[in-house]
Design a protein around this ligand. Structure first.
Ligand code: EPZ
Length: 416
């Protein structure tokens, strides 16, 4: 499964370029199947999740050709609305096949999705949306099948602004009959990127980026070229790396409006940042001030930045409180950080942190962002840290070891 060995305490200096956003690339790859002609997607990150989703749509009959960070997808040869079960289990985003194929052919089938083990991860809101549009939903031995003779637009209120449900319902509504209104919709930048792509394909979508999205179904969509937005979570992870270690990093290809909640917290911590249109410069070496953080749907503080930020707060001057409200099981990195000397107490959804000196240890990545946090901890810890099960990290960070090495980190990947 591979591991990273990090010799901590090295200053990081230089420039790092952020890849395209995983969580925008995945729904956009799926959405390309809605068109009747090929699309070209630029700045697609080369990640395990992307490879698995590409393999799923290839098995469904699409032609997929990848050259570096560019993918050409020709959906005109699709033969089945069913995702390969083995592959679908490997990533959460495989369920976007449901919205896409329901919209296009009125039927879709996939196994219940996998992904990080960070909580219950139900898909009831996705299914509620499909049902409101007239689809029949069958769940049998972990396989979901959705069918509709005629999918019709509907008014759907989401009990929670779920990213996945907003995307899946948007996808389904794109070619449904009539108007769909999604209320209490999620507002994440990845949803805006998907809507921009769909709009250029020919979809009629209004209100994206607000909590009410309106979609008027269309009959036909045609392929286009689209560049994926930069990955705000990868950018945030490198910004934290810069704040944690002595030195100065320029994080290139980040849209600062997408990382505003993190920038606000870094300012509160007293960390020096400079924003310009091409990226963000961040200086390390100052001891951060302790701050409190509560994760929330966008534009609140992102849950995906919770564990990386926690590592920074272990180095703060004072006591910090982190409240996780999005996922119920997202403190799995805490036990691993404690092995490195972190002083953290968990009480339900809250973590209370006191300053601590981190020392290298053998630790295990339990999910994607937990794994990133352990790498960050290794960068600031004294001595050697061994991070195991790095396949979780490679699902979401493109060549993280290579990028960190280019900044001066002493990190080595040992493949099995
Ligand atoms: C997306 O997951 C991201 N994944 C996650 O990133 C991210 O943590 C999350 O949004 C929140 O920002 C992808 O985009 C592929 P949700 P998603 O539906 O869509 C509950 C990463 O590290 N819920 O907004 O699955 C759910 O249990 C990953 O890159 C329901 O109750 O998130 C959770 O508590 C991890 N019923 C909350 O909503 C539903 O039908 C947020 O889930 C759906 C969700």
């Amino acid at each position: 499964m591979g591991k990273f060995i990090i010799n901590g305490g090295k200053p990081l200096n230089g420039e790092v370029t952020i890849s395209g956003a995983k969580n925008a690339a995945l729904p956009i790859i799926a959405a390309s199947l809605l068109a009747d002609s090929p699309s070209t997607l630029l700045d697609i990150p080369q990640l395990r999740d992307v490879k698995n989703l590409s393999a799923i749509i290839e098995k469904m009959g699409a032609k997929v050709q990848q050259e570096g960070s560019t993918i050409h997808i020709d959906p005109s040869s699709l033969t089945t609305p069913e995702a390969d079960h083995e592959l679908a289990r490997k990533l959460r985003a495989s369920y976007y096949i449901l919205g896409v194929m329901l919209s296009k052919w009125g039927r879709a089938r996939t196994t219940l999705p996998g992904g990080c083990n960070i909580g219950n991860r139900p898909i009831d809101l996705h299914l509620k949306g499909f049902k409101a549009m007239g689809a029949e939903v069958r769940l049998d031995h972990g396989v979901v099948e959705v069918t509709a003779d005629k999918l019709t637009g509907s008014q759907i209120y989401l009990d929670y602004p779920s990213v996945g449900a907003t995307i899946n319902i948007m996808l389904a509504a794109t070619m449904a009959d009539g108007k769909t209104i999604i209320e209490n919709a999620a507002r994440e930048p990845e949803i805006v990127d998907l809507a921009n792509f769909l709009t250029v394909l020919g979809a009629q979508i209004k209100g994206v980026g607000t909590d009410v999205i309106k979609i008027e179904g269309v009959d036909k969509l045609s392929g286009v070229e689209h560049r994926i937005i930069p990955d705000r979570i990868e950018a945030g992870t490198f910004m934290i790396a810069g704040a944690l270690t002595e030195g100065e990093i320029f994080v290139r290809n980040v849209l600062s409006e997408h990382v505003k909640p993190l920038i606000a917290k870094l300012h509160e911590m007293g960390i020096e940042l400079e924003e310009d249109i091409t990226g963000i410069r961040i200086k390390g070496s100052k001891i951060p001030k302790a701050v409190d953080i509560k994760t929330l749907p966008y534009p609140g503080f992102p849950t995906d930045m919770q564990s990386p930020t926690m590592v920074l707060l272990t180095q703060a001057d004072g006591t910090s409180l982190i409240i996780e409200t999005v996922w119920e099981n997202r403190f799995m990195h805490v036990d691993e950080l404690k092995r490195m000397g972190a002083n953290i107490k968990i009480d339900g959804h809250s973590a209370l942190l006191k300053p601590s000196r981190l020392t290298g240890a053998e630790v295990t990545a339990t999910d994607l962002r937990a794994g990133a946090a352990l790498i960050l901890a290794g960068l600031v810890a004294e001595g050697f840290t061994e991070v195991r099960d790095i396949y979780h990290i490679e699902r979401g960070y493109e060549e993280i070891d290579k990028k960190l090495r280019s900044l001066g980190a002493d990190i080595e990947k040992i493949s099995d």
